[in-house]
Design a protein around this ligand. Structure first.
Ligand code: TRP
Length: 329
């Protein structure tokens, strides 16, 4: 049987954090290990350009994500690892063709778009409006059917499915309708007690490079309460801490703290200390591998080059097919 394809990407906005790791990279790893899938993982540096960015830093930021991918265990012998802009002529070309199959109104009503408009009111560009179309192109160009990403990307996947359906209907294409591959952790809460862990919100995240004191310091800033109450909170800082306890120390540990909350009380100092240690234990092997990779710069460049070549070979076939189907050749 033909292997199903998997495509995912992370924007090049700097080093990865725990949210990226648990929400996306863990899913990427699981599918890489599954012989039923052919996996392609990219760095979405063109998507980075849809909001204000530092051009002096863009290339090195993309490279940093490749290093993080490798450090987390993505393996160039089993996955195609590449940078989106290395295949820009094909991804952006397909994005243009796909943009004929979706309305402006549909794009303007997306919650992800509206959030960015609020965040960057002076930088509402066509590139930003087109973000989901380019993402659909990233996925459909490889005819990927599974996409390991965080739950916040679901609206974008819905767009990709709509576009796939429309292209199949109108032009007889055979795009699969891509679905999200969810990790068990799913949504990774912010340390601040509201929203998700995000690189662009200071104090919300733990970086994959943080050592134990740094992690402890970040956790120290997480809001708490008196440690006691009639009901275990379901949202806010304390709820988020309990979620992190579950993710890194297991369900039983969470239940112990929850019992304490409605009983004798939780001492957050202890909870945070244990949690920091558990997180650090998870991150240590990743940090070790990263240090090893850092001394071997040329092998990283080779990974990028070979990955991009492999990606291009697949992407080219799809673009040619679409051009024919749409009457261009
Ligand atoms: N929008 C994704 C994010 O912010 C990044 C991304 C771009 C992506 N293209 C993609 C994810 C294609 C999956 C598939 O996380």
């Amino acid at each position: 049987m033909k292997k199903k394809r998997v495509l995912s990407g992370i924007r090049a906005t700097g080093r990865l954090h725990l949210g990226n790791y648990l929400g996306a990279v863990k899913g990427m790893l699981a599918l890489q290990d599954d012989p039923g899938f052919e996996t392609l993982y990219m760095i979405a540096d063109l998507h980075t350009m849809t909001t204000p960015y530092d051009r002096g830093n863009l290339r090195s930021a993309a490279r940093e994500v490749v290093l993080d991918y490798l450090a987390c265990g993505l393996d160039p012998d089993r996955s195609v690892l590449f940078i989106q802009s290395e295949v820009a002529e094909l991804h952006t070309q397909l994005a243009f063709y796909l943009s004929t199959a979706v309305s402006v109104a549909r794009m303007q009503h997306l919650p992800t778009y509206k959030d960015k408009v609020t965040q960057y009111p002076k930088d509402v560009t066509m590139a930003l409006l087109n973000y989901p179309v380019l993402m659909a192109a990233d996925i459909l160009i490889y005819k990927a059917s599974k996409v390991p990403v965080g739950i916040d990307q679901e609206p974008h996947l819905e767009i990709a499915r709509e576009i796939a359906r429309k292209m199949n209907e109108l032009y007889g294409m055979d795009f699969p309708e891509p679905t999200r591959f969810a990790t068990e952790s799913g949504y990774i809460p912010s340390l601040l007690g509201e929203g998700k862990m995000s690189k662009s919100i200071e104090g919300s995240y733990i970086s994959l490079t943080d050592d134990l004191p740094a992690i402890a310091q970040r956790l120290a800033g997480a809001p708490t309460d008196s440690g006691q109450g009639k009901k275990v909170p379901t949202e806010g800082g304390v709820a988020n801490l309990f979620t992190l306890v579950e993710l890194f120390e297991g369900m039983e540990k969470r239940e112990t703290f929850e019992k304490a909350y409605v009983g004798t009380g939780v001492r957050y100092q202890d909870l945070k200390k244990e949690l920091a240690e558990a997180i650090s234990t998870t991150l240590k092997p990743i940090q070790k591998r990263r240090r090893e990779l850092e001394v071997n710069a040329s092998s990283v460049d080779q990974v990028i080059q070979e990955g991009s070549q492999k990606a291009r070979a697949i992407a080219k076939v799809t673009v040619e097919e679409v051009r024919r189907a749409m009457g261009l050749s």
